[in-house]
Design a protein around this ligand. Structure first.
Ligand code: TYM
Length: 339
């Protein structure tokens, strides 16, 4: 098992990242004791330049994200934790895969369509080719499993298409070069929605900080954001079906279930018939209780910049060693002379 996944170091780690992906990273890392697998987790800083960004914020955000991931339970001794910039094999492989990826495939990416909107001509080329870098990120390590939230599923399908076409076009039938990666999406909480709008996902790029719970928010901030979360006037239903046409209620109940480690059915058994006046304080307290230890550890870790840089340096060394054979084999398969 080779487990690979990444996160952009723009903005704070939020509840969607945590429940959709990071919690799974930690679980998979901890399972490697029995599965014998290897984990590679990285900060997708090269992806972050596909959108307008502030350089100082990006470098500060990169170190903060290392602290946040370690605070969540990623152990740099057990997992290889690094940032893309220090592993130039990522953009090198991307260039090689650009020859295989098709314009039509990239044009169908919903994230590109969402982010570009009506401004297709003025967004960066990097925003368009971004999924090819993402394919390189996982194919470089021969990833077998990629733990992600629902929104990354399409990008992973593209990575599989690129791998398949490259194997068909350039490798003998019995010796495919790239492993086809399997997305691992949590059965619940794969798509946490904004607290202000139940139809859009919780996201770092939402201009309103009230739309998300950041893992570094203090107790008062969390209680206040939950209190102000958009809801409807009805009490909670007792059955799951009753949440169908109520996206905000469904989101909050889903968050409660995921944080408490229980099912939506159980949450509705406890809170069905009660109004949000009773449910919201309970949800706020649950979030505060679960996030407080992460928060405290994060505050401590982020102060030691040298220690964070050392984690990244060591991680990059291990990642480069793991990446080298696949990159070399890709050059060879394409007939590029490495000397
Ligand atoms: P990013 O930085 O947007 O998000 C990191 C992870 O968090 C998940 N996620 C969510 N899950 C549930 N609900 C939400 N509201 C929510 N928001 C984010 C994402 O699915 C993701 O798993 N392109 C990627 C980073 C990346 C990557 C990769 C991932 C680059 N290369 C290779 C996997 C493999 C991204 O921007 O994720």
């Amino acid at each position: 098992m080779r487990i690979v996944s990444g996160i952009q170091p723009t903005g704070n780690l939020h509840l969607g990242n945590y429940l959709g992906a990071i919690r799974n990273w930690v679980a998979m890392q901890n399972d490697t004791v029995t599965t014998g697998g290897e984990c590679f987790f990285f900060l997708a800083d090269l992806h972050a330049i596909s959108m307008p960004h502030d350089p100082a914020t990006l470098s500060a955000g990169t170190r903060e994200m290392v602290a946040a991931l370690v605070a969540c339970g990623i152990d740099p001794e057990r997992s290889t934790l690094f940032n893309q910039t220090q592993v130039p094999e990522h953009p090198q492989l991307q260039w090689l895969l650009n020859g295989t990826a098709r314009m039509g495939w990239l044009s169908r990416m919903t994230q590109f369509k969402d982010k570009a909107g009506k401004n297709r001509d003025s967004v960066s080329v990097a925003l368009f080719t971004y999924p090819v870098l993402q394919a390189a990120d996982v194919l470089l390590y021969q990833a077998t499993h990629v733990p992600v939230g629902e929104d990354q599923k399409q990008h992973l399908e593209l990575a599989r298409d690129i791998a398949q076409k490259f194997n068909n076009d350039f490798c003998p039938e019995d010796k495919p070069l790239f492993t086809l990666p399997e997305p691992i999406i949590p059965p619940a909480a794969a798509r946490i929605m904004s607290l202000r709008d139940g139809s859009s996902k919780m996201s770092k790029s939402d201009p309103s900080d009230m739309s998300r719970i950041n893992l570094v928010d203090d107790a008062d901030t969390i209680m206040n954001k939950v209190k102000k979360a958009k809801t409807d006037p009805e009490p909670l239903p007792s059955e799951k079906d009753g949440l169908e046409a109520r996206p905000e209620a469904r989101n909050l109940v889903g968050i409660y279930a995921a944080m408490a480690g229980t099912t939506v059915e159980q949450v509705l058994a406890d809170f069905g018939g009660k109004g949000f006046g009773a449910f919201k304080p309970a949800l706020g307290e649950l979030l505060v209780e679960k996030l407080a230890p992460i928060n405290a550890r994060f505050v401590e870790l982020k102060q030691d910049r040298d220690a964070l840089d050392a984690i990244l340096r060591k991680g990059a060394e291990k990642a480069r060693a793991a990446a080298a054979p696949t990159l070399a084999a890709t050059y060879d398969a394409l007939g590029l002379v490495r000397g």
